[in-house]
Design a protein around this ligand. Sequence first.
Ligand code: MAN
Ligand code: CA
Length: 247
Amino acid sequence: MLGVFSKRFAVFMTFFFIRDIISLNVNLHFKRNETFKDLLPSTAYVSYIETKNDLSVFECAGSCVYCAGFLYHSELRTCPLLETLLNETSFNSSHRDVGWELYESVNVCGLGWHLYKTHCYKYLDLKATWAEAKEHCYKTEAYLVQIESREENEWIKENLLPADPELCYDSTTYSCCDTWIGASDQVKEEVFQWTNKENVVFTNWKPYEPNDANGNEDCVSLCRDGQWNDNICNKTFNIICERYVFG
Ligand code: MAN
Ligand code: CA
């Protein structure tokens, strides 16, 4: 009885979010792929991370954190977790295995974007002035990254910035400060604001920064070591854009 109910429930669902998408910082939701309904992939073309038993479809989704998706059978209540996404070649469509569903993981932020808490971030390896960087982010319905805590700063350093080349280990090397963030004091000298005009509260300046060298440094760049330096706004650096996950 319970099996029939949960099967019906699964059948009427087209997609769903993992319950704790924000608090667990899970980057995925799942979409059922109707093309591969009632099919099991041929063992030669698939590798499973593991197979979970006696779980609801939601519990399977919850246990598929670092996986590409999962197969689910609502009567057997079992879910093999997939290492990679599957395509037509993975299935023999003439052999029906009634009851199996394929759920594929989808990045809520979209391709190239990364989720941190409630926001999506994208690192762009291109050379742009600070004004161009700001414009570029606006065009993608985002804004030049706003770093508001030590944790966020650390996450960006660890997950978005390219790996430190050896020369960056010397914390005095300013050539590694090559990514624009959304802070500047162009409006009022020494009052740093984000592009939405909010004041910058958390800061992570390099020692002796911001120094407004030659009275000409109003835009803030992020160094590979996670520290900040004010620099000339017309220099061309990489970009990090940020947006609200549901915005
Ligand atoms: C030096 C320092 C920095 C400054 C850069 C500009 O390294 O004075 O504060 O931003 O030069 O290249
Ligand atoms: Ca400076």
